[in-house]
Design a protein around this ligand. Structure first.
Ligand code: C2O
Length: 537
């Protein structure tokens, strides 16, 4: 193993898309940002230098950060932001992980343009558990707004209403031919007939789950969220913000230009950017042009069928080398409701004196002004409380319409776990405002997805159908609209770990909480001391 050093200069850059240009925040002037390459067991040092007028932090989404919570990145959770003109070195070791992940800004809405891929190769000499591809390609899916995203969210918070949706989706930074204004903004995916490719697909969009498919080509799924799965073939995958999916693609056509489509999946009556981002799978030997000859129709945006076909096929690889280490004895059995709600807001006239919020177990999380991890490590009182409720405050038909006049509570509450305790967590969507999919991401851990279903979770019936043999391991999972999902993890990583909906608007509205995991015994089971250059609040 070795040490990999990266320099991330956070700089402004003018970019033009869809016939208009704006200044965006980038890393090293690139959009999407640079790909970070490493091998399992490597230590990674990334010096982030803030050269813009915004506070910044970077999160290494899905990296376990064993005992190195100081390098995790969410602002006011594990660190205070890096102020303009300042820098911070993220220092972490990649332990027991290989595959595709992503990095992104973790403060306000800056991740709309500040994001990129993380590619972790297996240890030297260790093969993939699937046929070695001839080549590898990274595909970052995203969203593009013509206006400044920081202004959009600030405006929405003032009014209490939902923010504007994006103006297009993107594939490696380009929308494809979605309007006359984007005829030249098409990403070309070069392939050679007869060769095989590993596509590392990442959803870096702010607020939308996406379907992804390629005309006339099937995809073989081999990995999600940097964990291997039992390979299976499918036409359409679904990928939520924060999730990654590795697929094998055989360039088994003789020649041609094939449409690549990334389109929204949103099984809810909410506003989405309805446009499909397109790219072209381009066989070699043809003159470059932006018009694919072989087309495909993306699934309708409410096609739960397409989504479930993919999600229900995911199984952990569970081989000798890559076993599923599912906790079988459970110390904490938790039940969290996940959803939107309301709070009074006298100044929010446009929204009739209330504002949209989001909550877990009816608690709308309030961001502290000191980082939780610092407060925990240095015993600073008054920053958070440890009374996060293990169950909803009261029960009702969660997937029906909510009780009248229900306002959410506010608080900076965490749920406390002892080192190595095991957790089973059922997350239940609620329909207080509207039923909606919520891709929930847990920092610091992978978890096993042991079950999911529609309606209200029924512990006696539904727990009988849990997959305790080969559940898929992920870091981000969709709580289905009008349904529930059950996960398990082991609290083997001391620190403070954020959990939130990875639709950024829901995080902003308060759909977030944190787990506090105490140190175990001795230095091997304890959080390392904070680095000297850790930013102060
Ligand atoms: Cu990818 Cu807390 O986020």
């Amino acid at each position: 193993c070795k040490v990999r050093r990266y320099k991330f200069h956070v700089v402004a850059k003018n970019i033009s898309r869809l016939c208009s240009s704006k200044s965006i925040v980038t890393v090293n002037g690139e959009f999407p940002g640079p790909t970070l390459y490493a091998r399992e067991d490597d230590t990674v040092l990334v010096r982030v230098v803030n050269k813009v007028n915004h506070n910044i932090t970077i999160h290494w989404h899905g990296i376990r950060q064993l005992r190195t919570g100081w390098a995790d990145g969410p602002a006011y959770v594990t660190q205070c932001p890096i102020l303009p003109g300042h820098s911070y070195v993220y220092n972490f070791t990649i332990t027991g992980q290989r595959g595709t992940l992503l990095w992104h800004a973790h403060v306000n809405w800056l991740r709309s343009t500040v994001h990129g891929a993380i590619v972790i190769l297996p240890k030297r000499g260790v093969p993939y558990p699937f046929p070695k591809p001839d080549e590898e390609l990274v595909l970052v899916l995203g969203e593009w707004w013509k206006s400044d995203t920081e202004a959009i969210i600030n405006e929405a918070l003032k009014s209490g209403m939902a923010p504007n949706v994006s103006d297009s989706h993107t594939i490696n930074g380009f929308p494809g031919k979605v309007s006359n204004c984007s005829n030249q903004e098409v990403y070309n995916l070069p392939v050679e007939s007869g060769k095989s490719y590993l596509l590392r697909i990442i959803n870096a969009a702010l607020n939308e789950e996406l379907f992804f498919k390629i005309a006339n080509h099937k995809l073989t799924i081999v990995e999600v969220d940097a964990t291997y799965v039992k390979p299976f073939e499918i036409e359409t995958i679904v990928i939520a913000p924060g999730q990654t999916t590795n697929v094998l693609l055989k360039a088994n056509q003789k020649s041609g230009k094939y449409l690549v489509a990334a389109s929204p999946f949103m099984d809810a009556p909410v506003a989405v950017d309805n446009l499909t981002a397109t790219a072209t799978l381009h066989y070699s030997g043809l003159t470059l042009s932006n018009t694919p000859t072989f087309l495909t129709t993306p699934p309708p945006k409410n096609s739960t069928e397409n989504a479930n076909n993919f999600l229900n096929s995911l199984r952990g690889l569970n081989s000798k080398t890559y076993p599923v280490n599912l906790p079988l004895k459970i110390d904490h059995s938790l039940y969290f409701t996940i959803g939107l709600g309301l709070q009074p807001c006298p100044s929010c006239k446009a929204a009739n004196g209330s504002r949209v919020v989001a909550a877990v177990n009816n608690v709308t999380f309030v961001m502290p002004t000191t980082a939780l991890l610092q407060a925990h490590y240095f015993n600073i009182g008054g920053v958070f409380t440890t009374d996060f409720p293990p169950n909803p405050p009261f029960f009702f038909n969660f997937t029906g319409s909510g009780p009248k006049n229900l306002n959410t509570d506010s608080g900076t509450k965490v749920y406390r776990l002892k080192f190595n305790e095991t957790v089973q967590l059922v997350m239940q969507d609620t329909g207080i405002l509207t039923l909606e999919n919520h891709p929930v991401h847990l920092h610091g851990f992978n978890f096993f997805v042991i079950g999911s279903g529609l309606g209200n979770y029924n512990s006696t019936i539904d727990s009988k159908n849990f997959n305790l043999v080969d559940p898929v391991e992920r870091n981000t999972v969709g709580v289905p609209a009008g349904g529930w999902v059950a996960i398990r993890f082991r609290a083997d990583n001391p620190g403070v770990w954020f959990m939130h909906c990875h639709l950024e608007i829901h995080t902003t509205w308060g759909l977030k909480m944190a787990f506090l995991v105490d140190n175990g015994q001795g230095p091997k089971q304890s959080l390392i001391p904070p680095p000297k250059d850790l930013p102060k609040c």
